[in-house]
Design a protein around this ligand. Structure first.
Ligand code: AMP
Ligand code: ZN
Length: 112
């Protein structure tokens, strides 16, 4: 998608601190971290929201990427939180599917 910010990161048009990359998935540090570790995992192909996912193989790749990122960031043992915001009530701001990975401290129980 031409003007999608995460597509621009995938195409290398906007800088990002890349944490992990596979054929179908990219992971990079969130620019506005909510925790000591805050990474977003995105499919390289543009998919707007979780409700638009049809390629379940791609979601498998996303889960594998989450596991790899957790190991790379050293939060795999102590744990972390994953979040996928979907549409307005879910608080989605960037309409390119992404999984947030947050960790590096004990997170609050408040799910908003
Ligand atoms: P959401 O509210 O789930 O759509 O979250 C979007 C996330 O993308 C927010 O946590 C932003 O801080 C993050 N974000 C926006 N622009 C960038 C960028 N250029 N590089 C990295 N993260 C970004
Ligand atoms: Zn996109």
């Amino acid at each position: 998608m031409e003007n999608c910010i995460f597509c621009k990161i995938v195409r290398g048009e906007i800088p990002a601190n890349i944490v992990y990359e596979s054929e179908s998935v990219l992971a990079f540090d969130d620019v506005n971290p909510m925790a000591p570790v805050h990474v977003v995992v995105v499919p390289k192909a543009h998919v707007a929201t979780l409700m638009d996912v049809s390629d379940k193989d791609m979601m498998n790749d996303m889960i594998s990427a989450v596991q790899e990122v957790a190991k790379i960031k050293g939060i795999d043992k102590r744990g972390f939180r994953t979040v996928i915001n979907c549409n307005e009530d879910g608080g989605q701001v960037v309409f390119h599917l992404h999984v947030h990975i947050m960790g590096g401290r004990k997170l609050s129980d408040d799910m908003g």
